[in-house]
Write a protein that binds this ligand. Structure first.
Ligand code: ATP
Length: 334
């Protein structure tokens, strides 16, 4: 409920606010729902002036309904699907990462979360020619690994350098720096990064749990509130700037011994899609040490618990990606 104040809009001066109060009109809602003609007579003000005030108050303080059709059209025009470059993950994600949404990769140590994130960054920068923000909170990102992945895609050093230029890396190791970084990206930093390169299409945070989980549990209430702030700024950034947010999370074991993503129930509502990565244990473990399984554990598009296997080795993954069907129409991503 917004209380009427002098100067809220042109024409709403001290005298009029007093007269309206005397007529029991104290809030914006009161003005909007009153009979303007009758109110104009009671307050001895012109109908035209009161009508103009009501129109401005309506524009500034109320939500306008939009039709479902308009909303759907806006969604179609603003949403892009970014292939991860990994056909197995694209299959689980129903073609790739959706802009405007948060997607989560969870898994235990060594399950390949970071390797997958590097691969996604390389694919978006090299194949889609778009910029990526990579927020590294574990210190796991190295330029040499990115270059190694790019070398598997192209032998042209100029193209490799151009792709590296489009990956913007922030290294930070606590939640306050993460929040600072996300707020500054949301308040204009994303557009600045886009200048000179492709527009930013993805923000990757590897790992979000590394900076949040130390603050949860025990008697610390602050941790939960900071986690919700991270979630809020990531969500609004994804929506307002039409970027895909990809975050990584650690895992815990449930009471029945099942692996589940960390950060608890409150966080579980934040990502729209969640994928669990695990090592594939085989009879000949050495030759298959880079095999991973990905299980869809939350999705609004696909049935949950579908599972795909893939190889973390980037060279073989690249060949697989280039020979397989491309799910992303690259021209759509701009
Ligand atoms: N250069 C490389 N080429 C191929 N595979 C690699 C390379 N470096 C690491 N790996 C594979 O990736 C695995 C580690 O994956 P990654 O660091 O992505 O795990 P993670 O899930 O991020 O783990 P953590 O939670 O501990 O950070 C290694 O066990 C190895 O199998």
């Amino acid at each position: 409920m917004v209380v009427l104040r002098e100067g809220m809009c042109p024409g709403l001066d001290e005298d009029l606010v007093r007269d309206l109060r005397a007529a029991d009109i104290k809030t914006v809602e009161d003005v909007v729902s009153s009979d303007i003609e009758e109110l104009a007579q009671r307050c001895s003000v012109s109908y035209k002036a009161l009508f103009a005030i009501r129109r401005v108050l309506l524009a500034q303080h109320t939500a306008f309904p939009v039709s479902g059709a308009d909303l759907y059209e806006e969604l179609l025009s603003s949403t892009a699907i970014l292939s991860t470059g990994n056909p197995s993950l694209d299959k689980l994600l129903d073609s790739g990462l959706y802009t405007g949404e948060i997607t989560e990769l969870s898994g235990g140590p060594g399950s390949g979360k970071s390797q997958v994130c590097f691969g996604v960054a390389v694919h978006i920068s090299y194949h889609l020619k778009q910029s990526v923000i990579f927020i590294d909170t574990t210190g796991g990102l190295t330029a040499s690994r990115l270059l190694q992945m790019l070398q598997a895609e192209t032998s042209n050093t100029e193209e490799q350098m151009e792709a590296l230029q489009r990956i913007h890396i922030f290294r930070l190791f606590n939640i306050f720096s993460l929040l600072d970084c996300l707020y500054s990206l949301r308040s204009g930093g994303l557009q600045q990064v886009s200048v000179g390169g492709g527009s930013v299409k993805a923000v990757i945070v590897d790992s979000v749990s590394a900076v949040i989980s130390p603050l949860l549990g025990g008697k610390q209430n602050e941790g939960m509130s900071l986690m919700i702030q991270v979630a809020g700024v990531l969500k609004t950034m994804a929506k307002d700037f039409n970027v895909a947010a990809l975050v990584t999370n650690h895992v815990t074991r449930s009471g029945s011994g099942e692996l589940q993503p960390g950060l608890g129930v409150s966080w579980s509502h934040i990502p729209r899609t969640r994928i669990l990565l695990e090592r594939v244990e085989r009879a000949t473990p050495v030759s298959h040490s880079s095999m991973r399984s990905a299980t869809l554990i939350k999705s609004s598009r696909q049935p949950c618990h579908i599972k795909e296997e893939f190889d973390l080795q980037w060279g073989s993954r690249s060949k697989e990606a280039s020979s397989g069907k491309r799910k992303l129409d690259e021209t759509d991503s701009g």
